[in-house]
Design a protein around this ligand. Structure first.
Ligand code: DC
Length: 226
């Protein structure tokens, strides 16, 4: 008996999580959320508010006092801050770096956790991507996926999407991966029982198809048939 209609997709930066989980959700007729948007949204707001990013208490206070929200959508998880749509701003690489820094604080993670779990309320099913979706946010998820890829392939992928120099992107990603996997609170790790896929030499279609086949076996009653 399946207890939760949720699939988690974790992995390092530019491992293909977003493209894969978004496409998978579409094919299954489920919702999709990038949990990184919560960290990115808060990172952006903290910067806008001029908050000291080394102060865990000040970041948590900002998270709770300022008016902001995250909204699920099929193409990009959105962020609103004081009534304005700031989605474009939160996906900039420099905000990713700040997001990675503030995500190391346990109380910051705690402050964002319930809102991430609430994404599963009132939806037919959810594909949740991030760093700790299978280990912390949805530890009971019936299907957990962990995507990985050679760092060179990941840097090339990001450059194709956003431009820039491969060597610089490679360096920034390495720093972020080290930070995300070495932190004490909910580090990036392979969840127990996860389906691990190295996407370096695979097309998006191949990765989606592999996970979708598994998902359709497990959640046969709860997924779209077309
Ligand atoms: O997936 P992303 O690149 O949008 O995530 C930005 C940062 O947010 C990432 O470097 C670490 C943090 N993050 C996290 O700590 N836990 C998550 N579940 C998702 C993201």
């Amino acid at each position: 008996m399946i207890s939760q209609n949720v699939i988690t997709v974790d992995g390092p930066a530019a491992s293909g999580k977003t493209s894969m989980s978004r496409e998978l959700a579409k094919n299954l007729g489920w919702q999709w959320v990038s949990t990184g948007a919560f960290y990115r949204g808060l990172a952006y707001i903290v910067e806008q508010e001029g908050v000291d990013i080394t102060s865990e208490a000040a970041i948590v206070e900002t998270c709770e006092q300022v008016s902001w929200s995250i909204e699920m959508a099929s193409d990009r998880t959105k962020c609103h801050y004081k009534g304005a749509d700031v989605t474009d701003q939160i996906y900039l690489e420099e905000i990713g770096t700040v997001a990675s820094k503030i995500s190391a604080f346990p109380k910051v993670r705690q402050a964002l956790l319930q809102a991430q779990r609430d994404c599963l309320n009132h939806v037919r099913g959810l594909v949740a991507e991030g760093r700790d979706c299978g280990t912390v946010v949805f530890p009971k998820a019936p299907l957990k996926v962990y995507l990985t890829a050679r760092s060179e392939s990941r840097a090339e992928r990001r450059v194709q999407e956003q431009g820039g120099e491969v060597s610089q992107v490679l360096e920034a990603q390495r720093a972020r991966d080290d930070q995300d996997s070495q932190r004490k609170a909910a580090p990036l790790e392979v969840p127990a029982g996860a389906l691990v896929i190295d996407t370096s030499a695979m097309s998006l279609e191949e990765v989606v198809s592999k996970v979708e086949t598994k998902a359709r076996e497990l959640f046969s009653q709860m997924v779209s048939r077309d």
